[in-house]
Design a protein around this ligand. Sequence first.
Ligand code: ZN
Length: 241
Amino acid sequence: MPKLFVIAGHGAGDPGACGNGFSEAERVRVLARKIKELGGGNVILGDLSRDYYRDNGVSTLNLPKEYQIVELHMDAGQETARGGHVIIYSGFHADDYDKALADMLTDILPGRSQMIVKRDNLANPERAAMRGYGYRLVEFGFITNAEDVKVFNTQMDDIASGVLAAFGIEAAGNKTGGENMGCILSVNGTTTQYYFDGRTIHPFANGKEKTVIKKVCNGITDSIKLTKDELNDLKNVLKRS
Ligand SMILES: [Zn+2]
């Protein structure tokens, strides 16, 4: 299984394409962070403050050989133009990663007649080819199309998981087949709060511990109130194997 290096297109002052109230640079950075969040240690997030096209960053990368590169973009065009596609350097054939990405886009962001396109006039595909990196630039639909933007925004987890899956990387959230169960519990009439990780209940000794749990568990549900009886019921359920 390869590891993934994710480049978010544009940035460093270049907003990229704009439409439907969004800029390409901002949207692809949100997606890049989501891919990193779900991919964990299998993903290196490129420097989001940089524009790897303008600063020629691809030519100076120093990645171990097991890394594949994916660069994130959104297209611009007529309002009715829709769909994502994968761009590879013209000298290459699509590999299994490119094909898996194209299949994912066909499912989630359809509309293009050609899902994999070879280009010889884009800087970064050529720079990556010269360096010997496995690289593809992916357009995640049209920012100028309201439906594509809606899909991009509302199905971002699926898109991020799909990108990871194309490289054989399992998204963290999919491991237990369910959503993140972590939450912070408090019990009526008491001051003790607990972190419940889905399996075990851990009391906080102080507010600092709660702060750090909230920091590392992105989007954790805070302050679910239980009665003493409910807490006991929960403890009893957890005792059973
Ligand atoms: Zn772009």
